[in-house]
Design a protein around this ligand. Structure first.
Ligand SMILES: Cc1cc2nc3c(=O)[nH]c(=O)nc-3n(C[C@H](O)[C@H](O)[C@H](O)COP(=O)(O)O)c2cc1C
Length: 224
């Protein structure tokens, strides 16, 4: 698969088939993604990949806790978005949500149905495998960007293996539960989770193709 094809076909997949993910695919993906660049070659990423019974155990812990704790472990350890998000980002964020709910015919006023869909995050949208990412607390903005590159490499390699992914910051709400379950050391900060599996091609939610800002809004090309 060409890189451009991997980029074009990667979407946030929010419904999966039951087909398990082969262990060798997870290994190949993680080994290839380790070739991601990082400033000073620090390779500041930490990843836990879980599937099978381990993931079933995790799911059942979260599902039992969520009844009394719909907002997870309480506050997140980092701000998922800036507190005062300005334009054009605020509008982009709103549109992303509106387009997603439109793809499954959930009206703006239907708060209960929206909440129900949001909670699908905590079932990994039905993914049969998951990854969780963390970074050493001493790391700064540069290394967080390295972690992002690593995660993108995983998502592109997943495409090469016929798999789809859903990166999920929503899991930041469950950082304590995840840390305890996976044994993430205290010196690491949990960043995000990711569902991984085979896409349910018939699910309406997977028809969503998010738009992108006009090229000229962010790209500055001169001197060519
Ligand atoms: C780091 C990161 C965290 C994300 N967290 C969530 C999440 O918690 N739940 C969700 O439904 N989508 C999440 N997304 C998906 C974004 O909404 C999605 O990438 C964006 O709307 C663009 O759509 P696309 O991935 O289909 O191209 C996340 C994406 C990234 C990169």
């Amino acid at each position: 698969m060409k890189v451009s094809e991997a980029l074009d076909t990667r979407i946030t997949c929010r419904a999966y088939t039951d087909q398990p993910v082969e262990a060798e695919k997870i290994n190949r993906i993680l080994k290839s993604a380790a070739r991601s660049p990082s400033g000073g070659n620090l390779q500041p990423w930490h990843v836990w990949a879980i599937g099978g019974e381990k993931l079933a155990e995790f799911r059942s812990i979260v599902q039992s806790k969520i009844v009394d704790n719909p907002f997870g472990d309480g506050a997140t350890e980092y701000d998922i978005y800036p507190k005062e998000l300005s334009e054009p980002y605020k509008a982009r964020r709103a549109k992303c949500g509106e387009d997603m709910y439109a793809s499954i015919n959930v009206a703006r006023e239907d708060k209960a149905e929206r909440q129900k869909h949001f909670n699908r995050n905590f079932d990994l949208f039905g993914a049969p495998a998951a990854m969780f990412f963390a970074i050493d607390r001493q790391m700064g903005l540069g290394q967080w960007s390295d972690l992002g590159m690593y995660i993108q490499s995983i998502m592109l390699m997943a495409r090469e293996e016929g798999l789809h992914t859903a990166p999920q910051e929503a899991w930041a709400l469950w950082y304590k539960t995840i840390g305890e379950f996976l044994g993430i050391p205290d010196n690491l900060m949990f960043f995000c989770g990711m569902g991984i599996g085979y896409m349910d091609e018939n699910a309406p939610i997977n028809t969503l193709r998010t738009d992108r800002a006009d090229f000229n809004e962010y790209a500055h090309i001169e001197g060519f």
